[in-house]
Structure formats: structure tokens, C-alpha cells
Design a protein. Structure first.
Length: 321
């Protein structure tokens, strides 16, 4: 509705009074709508599903924006699914798909959406989109959800995806709740539950979601092994998390990762945990940061990276070097 020529051929639309294609009346309507919602329903949230590059969708109306609280990040959704649906052997050639979203991640107040639109019309369920056999499908899905949790932006996951429904969603019937009789589906549900609790506990995941102050790449260049790492930060610099993602089914022993702080770290999330149906490749006990500069960090440590897995480290007693 923002554009007069949307889905219209030449001659099927009339320009606005300035000769442009912007729908001025629709823009005024959306701005007034958001103003009234926020005036009359404090705490209410408005979100826009907008797939063009219309600017300032989530900026206040007094700044010339449309006044929405959030905008769906359709580019992130498209690129991330395109990457994760590929066989891991080919992901090395497409590292840019999983990293490109950070170019524009802070242009708007984004929501990361895996909505009903992605699990209908022969697009397959979230679990069935994943490549490989059943074990790899579950592992890929857990890694995807963990990566999503660490990526800046609020989260949207459509119902049924949290327990690994095999079939697409249909408005004509209920979700396949009977699948929760099976351990595999209980485990993916448990993982999503633990991710949600983790998100609530860790201010680094939500306090600074829309600024580079809350995110920093550690390394996104290891396309050959399909590994990337980054840190998330809260308003308090001491509240910090390190995410390391391995998007291949190969265990990486003694893989050195740069760490921003010295001291000890502990692995607080691992998508390959046995409780979640993984193979149990974890880093137990304390991880001591070594004074060995690596990946533009002053400290580093060798880690054991799980296959098709994501791990999260948190400083225990760390001092800035």
C-alpha cells in the first residue's frame, strides 16, 4: 500500500501530486494509525511486514518515519534459509548469505521471522527444509535456532516449529501434537525452551539489539570450514557472550577462537548436548583464555566445535586485557 504502482503495469496507476509513486494517503494513514495505537494502548506493539527498502519504517513519526515498533527482516529470513537448506559441503561457497544481514541489521528495529509463510505451499516445515538424514536435520535445526538467538533482532518462530513438526502447517487441522510422544521431538522442544530461558536471563541478547555497541564479529572469514564467531554485549560491558557456529557435520578439535576478555569462560549453551539429541561434543569445565592474540582479539582459546552445532561461552571471572 506504500506504492501506487505496486503490482501494476504502466498506465494502470496515477502518480501522486508530486509526480512520484509513493502513496501519500497510505503513508499518512499508517503514521496516524501508529500514533493512535501508542497513545491509546500503551505497551501495544505494531510490526510491519515490509519487503521493500522503504526507509525509516520503525522511526518515530516526528522524525519522518512510519512509527512502527518493529519491522520483519525478510532479507535475513530469505538469506538464512537459503544458506541452511544447502548441503553443508556447499556452504563454504555461500558464507556471505549467513553474514550479509549484518550490513543492514541496525537500519531498523528488526524482528527475525520464521513465520507461517515459510511452512506452507510446498515450502516444507522447518525441520524438513534441513538437508541430510534425520539426525542431520535435527542438528541443523538446532544450530539454526541457536544462531537466530544470537543474531541481533527480536525473534518470531511459528507454532509447530518449536517441536519439529514434519508436515507443513494447515489452517484446516491442529498441530501434530502426537509427535511429542517421540523423544526426538521432545528434545528439540526442550532445546527451544532452554534457548528462551537463556534469552530471558542474558541481557547481552536483548539490551543492545539495534546498535553495533551490542554486536561484534570475532571472525566471519572461515568460509572453507563454514565457521563463524561473534560476541553479543549488554549495556554493562561485563555482560558478554561469545557465539561460535560450525555449520558442517565435522567435529573441529582444538579450533582456536579469539576472545575479547581474559580469564575463565564457561560453555553455557551447546546445541550438540546429549539432552537435545546431539552427539555430546561439548567443552566441559572452565575454558581459560590464553594471552595469545587471535582474530583481532587480545586473547584466545582452543575449543572443540560440535558437528552442525553452535556453542555459547560466557566469562566467569574475566578481566579486560
Amino acid at each position: 500500500m506504500l506504492y501506487l504502482d505496486y503490482s501494476r503495469e504502466a498506465g494502470q496507476w496515477v502518480p501522486n501530486k508530486y509526480g512520484g509513486r509513493e502513496n501519500l494517503e497510505a503513508i499518512d494513514f499508517l503514521r496516524r494509525f501508529n500514533e493512535l495505537v501508542h497513545e491509546n494502548a500503551p505497551g501495544a506493539i505494531t510490526a510491519a511486514e515490509e519487503s521493500t527498502s522503504w526507509p525509516m519504517v520503525t522511526r518515530p513519526t516526528y522524525m519522518g518515519g512510519l512509527g512502527f515498533d518493529y519491522k520483519w527482516n525478510m532479507g535475513w529470513m530469505h538469506d538464512t534459509l537459503s544458506y541452511i537448506e544447502k548441503d553443508p559441503v556447499f556452504r563454504r561457497y555461500h558464507q556471505n548469505e549467513i553474514t550479509f544481514s549484518l550490513i543492514y541489521a541496525f537500519h531498523e528495529n528488526f524482528i527475525l521471522p520464521f513465520s507461517h509463510d515459510e511452512v506452507v505451499h510446498l515450502k516444507k516445515s522447518m525441520l524438513d527444509k534441513m538437508p541430510g538424514d534425520a539426525w542431520r536435520k535435527y542438528a541443523n535445526l538446532r544450530a539454526l535456532y541457536a544462531y537466530m538467538t544470537g543474531h541481533p533482532g527480536k525473534k518470531l518462530l511459528f507454532m509447530g516449529s518449536e517441536f519439529g513438526q514434519w508436515t507443513e502447517w494447515s489452517e484446516a487441522r491442529s498441530l501434530d501434537w502426537h509427535l511429542l510422544e517421540w523423544n526426538d521431538h521432545q528434545q528439540i522442544q526442550r532445546f527451544v525452551r532452554d534457548l528462551n530461558h537463556f534469552y530471558q536471563r542474558e541481557p547481552a541478547l536483548y539490551e543492545v539489539d539495534y546498535s553495533w555497541e551490542g554486536f561484534q564479529w570475532i571472525d566471519f572469514t572461515d568460509a572453507e570450514q563454514s565457521i563463524l564467531s561473534f560476541q553479543r554485549r549488554a549495556n554493562d560491558p561485563a555482560e558478554m557472550l561469545v557465539f561460535v557456529c560450525n555449520f558442517t557435520p565435522v567435529v573441529r578439535d582444538s579450533y582456536r577462537v579469539g576472545l575479547p576478555l581474559g580469564g575463565a569462560y564457561r560453555e553455557v549453551i551447546n546445541s550438540d548436548n546429549l539432552d537435545y539429541g546431539g552427539s555430546g561434543v561439548t567443552n566441559d569445565g572452565l575454558i581459560l583464555a590464553e594471552a595469545l592474540p587471535w582474530q583481532n582479539c587480545k586473547f584466545s582459546a582452543p575449543l572443540r566445535l560440535p558437528p552442525l552445532g553452535v556453542l555459547v561461552l560466557k566469562p566467569v571471572q574475566s578481566a579486560e586485557g
